[in-house]
Design a protein around this ligand. Structure first.
Ligand SMILES: Nc1ncnc2c1ncn2[C@@H]1O[C@H](COP(=O)(O)OP(=O)(O)OP(=O)(O)O)[C@@H](O)[C@H]1O
Length: 270
């Protein structure tokens, strides 16, 4: 009998080198003052996200998805717990412009043209003017807005404005991208985001209400539940990295969607 026929020894998972970890959330709680009683938006949440992962946060309205994204982005303080972003505190990561953030509603400057909105973070980065414009034009073309550069945000539909804010967040090439329900009805952008993630290996934290969107895009799905906001299940996707729309009819895709649906129901009743 040779060694290969011996039962495999269980191999403990390799410890995660700090450089591989994009985000670590440790026993994080956020309590908002409420009119009647304090709101426990997040209660002792633990989550570690490695670089290059695409992680979706899914759960019913009010379960703390946006709050979790906002504390990671240093837009909201933690009431207790700890947080590291690319090895830094959330505040240091914000100052270092370590991430891009796409808000639930597009936050564009109305007095700047579409092109000037997308150029802004590049200008703040100190890039040469010609470079800023070339990158901004390229990003706008990627989200299907070539030809709209000179328009103002108010001349575009809500969906088109959202595309501008996605182009703006992608333009300065952050290693970490946080997106709070960026698509709405724009599910044709799913494919583009998937391609981009595969090509460039960025870390994405993505908030969604849609099971199909989460299953289609993610390497891991974090299912959350409200009152208090907490993580009820973290599901690793068994799907291959390359996703195609045809995959949505496969047994593996449907089984994963079912698992997410069950976890949401458990969180609802639990
Ligand atoms: N600034 C605030 N002050 C008080 N309560 C807040 C504040 N922001 C959020 N909350 C409350 O905290 C809880 C979590 O809200 P959060 O927006 O994080 O949930 P969500 O899962 O993103 O919801 P949705 O899917 O509707 O966007 C909710 O009960 C919400 O009402």
């Amino acid at each position: 009998m040779n060694d290969l026929s011996l039962p495999a020894q269980p191999v403990p998972p390799a410890p995660l080198a700090p450089s591989q970890e994009a985000i670590r959330v440790h026993r994080a709680s956020v309590v908002y003052p409420g009119a009647d009683a304090p709101v426990h938006a997040l209660q002792t949440v633990d989550l570690s996200i490695r670089q290059g992962e695409f992680v979706s946060l899914i759960g019913p309205s009010g379960c703390g998805k946006t709050t979790l994204l906002r504390v990671i982005a240093d837009l909201e303080p933690l009431t207790s717990g700890e947080l590291r972003v690319n090895g830094m505190s959330a505040h240091e990561a914000r100052l270092a412009r370590a991430y891009g953030y796409v808000f639930q509603a597009p936050a564009l400057f109305p007095w700047r043209t579409v092109l000037a909105n997308v150029m802004l973070p590049l200008q703040i980065q100190g890039r040469l003017p010609g470079q800023c414009e070339a990158i901004a034009r390229e990003q706008l073309a990627r989200v299907g807005l070539a030809g709209f550069e000179k328009k103002y945000p108010w001349q575009l539909s809500g969906g088109m404005q959202q595309r501008v804010s996605i182009a703006r967040a992608l333009g300065f090439e952050p290693r970490l991208l946080m997106m709070d329900e960026p698509f709405g009805a724009l599910d044709d952008l799913n494919q583009q985001l998937q391609d981009l993630w595969r090509r460039e290996g960025r870390t994405v934290v993505f908030v969604t209400h849609s099971i199909a969107e989460a299953v289609y895009l993610s390497t891991r799905i974090v299912v959350m539940s409200p009152r208090p906001g907490r993580i009820v299940k973290v599901i690793d996707s068994p799907l291959p990295a390359e996703r195609t729309l045809a995959m949505r009819d496969t047994p593996a895709f449907m089984a994963l969607a079912h698992e997410v649906r069950e976890a949401l129901a458990e969180g609802h009743h639990g």
